[in-house]
Design a protein around this ligand. Structure first.
Ligand code: GDP
Ligand code: MG
Length: 686
């Protein structure tokens, strides 16, 4: 008994499908129509290695939308008849354009082989393809063919048999549509997936993407699905949301991302020795993603942006700080002198939460800058540049995205590691992510930089902290990879979507979405944290109470010795660092509360001045620039906040890794701050 097997040939018109079909089947073929339509269906047979193979020459298409009858026929055949293998015939002399159809087959999750046909022409044009690498990046086998000369036809059949008999060689690739789009995809897919019958037949992700593209055929299917109402309603909502953000139909964005995948894969594994690539994006990328220039340009650009963020927000923060102190005095005068309520409101709430809110401008500006980088498409390039780096570290390319997200907030960054299939890669990425300086640490830097460094240095100091975080992360990744989690890294394509002009609306929405998290946090976690710190620093309550004798004071003095080798002799800061476990903004909040409690003796009118005026027991200044820098280094590196510990527990499903993360980061922070302080002193820096 011979085994039967069906192969469907798909491809752009004129890619050589019919020629491949003829080379495969010889003359044994018959022509009919697809049921119900007048589209020609050509079928042929051949025998190969005990298989009776039926080959179908599908109509030529550029895409798999529902816009033309050819596309619908092709799509329906592949989805409904489920051929054993789809061979996408690609005109290799026009590679990137032809691969567009392939991305859609990938999304349909059909068993796929790519035949790079017309390879003779492509080679003449100077195309060099790293076949193995490109196969890995696209997740399917590639065969070079010259159909007119029957070259590569046997190899094609060999690949068909291999794909049929297994084992699977290439890991399926999932095209990533970017954070915003993925969020909406998930919302719709979650509803769709409840209809088992539907999603058994069609890949749910594919259906979802098609819905976002407003594909008429798929909408028909959705209307007949289990939760039709909810699905369509969510689809409309998602489309509108995405339109708002991108200023364009999701369909356009989706197409862009598909080309982005192709562009990314080809940049890595297919080079033209001559003939320039065409689009403006490609031209810009020649410089920005350049192997030599890419990283320096990125660093230079961030450095400039940091200078901008700081230079712009500094005066704003000054005004808010003046307003905060003014409000404090006003509220103080209205409430009974020496009462608990006066102290709570003035020192705890306005002093603590207020000093955190002072940093709203810098946070919002930083998020605005990040939104510009992200929306313009440059962030994807940064990921691409970092990707090479990541490979050198033995890490997955996917890791660079969570790492970049980490600059906003570690929490979503750690959740984003879910896209990394390899468990080892994922753990390493989770463990080093807290070193990416998150937004919550910014208030502390802003306070200390403004207090102890001249304005012209501010941007540089801030930049150096971020870079230090990255360097430490790299070192730790290398160590973990070598000693804790050995093994090779997986290949992965970084998408290179085209550059686009960000819309003002999109930028503002993104800035607001992230910034509002900070405001909400100030109203909840930070509020509670500050009240707690206030309580600890004012109780036991009594007429002769002093901060030194409060619970916080006692606590601070117990821990203070730990920080002394780092040059940090301020028990208030020690308390703040512990409070920082609740949220890193609390460090500043605590200083705000503790310094406003005993501001009287200091003569300062702002937290910044209070810190500048603070002296040690021997009368010398408490903070020199060196001490301030060591403090910032410690805050940068030490244990992530409790929410992050919680999410690591959730993502790794054990207490082992969150505890490990908390301890090792703190140890690293202590050691690096020690090196900074003691090293700085040896160099005579203060
Ligand atoms: P279809 O539209 O996809 O069915 O494409 P055809 O099979 O009709 O081929 C289109 C043209 O490309 C024909 O003139 C073929 O002779 C030519 N062709 C097909 N394969 C190759 C190839 O590998 N190399 C070259 N140089 N020409 C090819
Ligand atoms: Mg043809």
């Amino acid at each position: 008994m011979s085994k039967r097997l069906t192969i469907a040939l798909a491809g752009n018109p004129n890619s050589g499908k019919t020629t491949v079909f003829n080379s495969l089947t010889g003359s044994r073929q018959h022509v009919g129509n697809y049921p119900g339509v007048t589209v020609e269906k050509k079928e042929g047979n051949l025998n190969y290695k005990g298989y009776e193979i039926t080959v179908i020459d599908l109509p030529g298409t550029y895409s798999l939308t529902a816009y033309s009858i050819d596309e619908i026929v092709t799509r329906n055949f592949v989805v409904e008849e489920k051929p054993d293998v789809v061979i996408d015939i690609i005109d290799a002399s026009n590679l990137e354009r032809n691969l567009y159809l392939a991305t859609q087959f990938m999304e349909l999750e059909v068993p796929l082989i790519l035949a790079f046909n017309m390879f003779d022409l492509a080679e003449k044009q100077g195309l060099a393809v790293d076949k193995k690498r490109l196969s890995e990046l696209l997740g399917c086998p590639i065969v070079f063919t010259v159909a007119t000369k029957k070259t590569g036809i046997t190899e094609l059949l060999e690949e068909v048999i291999k794909l049929k008999e297994g084992p699977v060689i290439f890991k399926k690739v999932r095209l990533d549509y970017g954070r915003e789009m993925e969020e909406e995809i998930k919302k719709i897919e979650d509803i769709l997936i409840e209809d088992r019958v539907l999603t058994q037949k069609y890949a749910s992700r594919w259906l979802t993407v098609k819905l976002l593209e407003r594909d008429s055929e798929v909408i028909k299917r959705a209307k007949a699905s289990l939760h039709a109402g909810r699905v369509l309603e969510q689809t409309e909502k998602s489309i509108n949301h995405l339109k708002n953000i991108f200023g364009d139909n999701p369909e356009a964005i989706i197409a862009e991302r598909r080309y982005g995948l192709i562009s990314g894969a080809c940049s890595e594994a297919a080079q033209r020795t001559y003939e320039l690539r065409h689009t403006t994006s490609d031209k810009i990328d020649k410089v920005l993603v350049n192997r030599v220039l890419g990283l320096p340009i990125f660093l230079g650009m961030t450095w400039l942006l940091f200078r901008f963020v700081f230079g712009f927000s500094e005066p704003l923060m000054r005004w808010i700080e003046i307003g905060r102190v003014w409000l404090q005095q006003l509220v103080r005068s209205f409430l009974p002198e020496g009462s608990v309520i006066q102290s709570l409101l003035v020192d705890g709430v306005i002093g603590g939460v207020g000093s955190v809110l002072v940093f709203v401008p810098v946070i919002f500006l930083l998020f605005l800058v990040m939104a510009i980088l992200e929306d313009s498409g440059y962030m994807a390039r940064v990921a691409f540049i970092m990707d090479r780096f990541m490979h050198k570290l033995g890490l997955h390319g996917r890791s660079s995205i969570p790492m970049l997200l980490g600059f906003g907030c570690t929490l979503p960054a750690i959740m984003a590691t879910r896209t990394i299939d390899d468990q080892k890669d994922r753990l390493v990425t989770i463990l080093i992510n807290p070193f990416m300086s998150c937004g919550a640490r910014l208030p502390f830097y802003a306070l200390f930089i403004a207090a102890f460094f001249p304005g012209r240095m501010a941007g540089n100091i801030l930049f150096s902290l971020y870079v230090l975080g990255i360097i430490i992360a790299i070192i730790m990744a290398k160590l973990f990879r070598r000693y804790l989690f050995r093994g090779p890294a997986n290949p992965f394509v970084m998408e290179l979507p085209p550059y686009r002009m960000p819309t003002l609306k999109g930028l503002l929405i993104h800035m607001w979405e992230r910034g509002v998290v900070y405001l909400k946090k100030a109203g909840t976690v930070i509020f509670i944290g500050c009240v707690l710190v206030w309580f600890l620093s004012n109780f036991p309550w009594g007429p002769q109470r002093s901060v030194e004798n409060s619970y916080a004071g006692r606590m601070g003095r117990v821990i203070a010795p730990v920080f002394k080798p780092l040059g940090l002799d301020d028990w208030r800061l020690s308390v703040g660092l512990i409070g920082g476990f609740i949220g890193k903004e609390i460090v500043v909040g605590t200083l705000g509360t503790l310094y406003s409690v005993d501001q009287a003796g200091n003569g300062a009118t702002s937290l910044r001045e209070a810190l500048q005026n603070q002296t040690r027991a021997d009368g010398s200044k408490m903070y020199t620039p060196l001490v301030a820098y060591a403090a910032m280094v410690f805050v940068l590196l030490y244990m992530p906040c409790i929410a992050v510990i919680g999410v690591i527990k959730k993502e790794t499903n054990s207490w082992r890794w969150p505890l490990f993360a908390a301890f090792y980061t703190t140890a690293v922070a202590w050691i690096v701050a020690l090196i900074v302080y003691q090293g700085g002193r040896l160099l005579g820096l203060g």
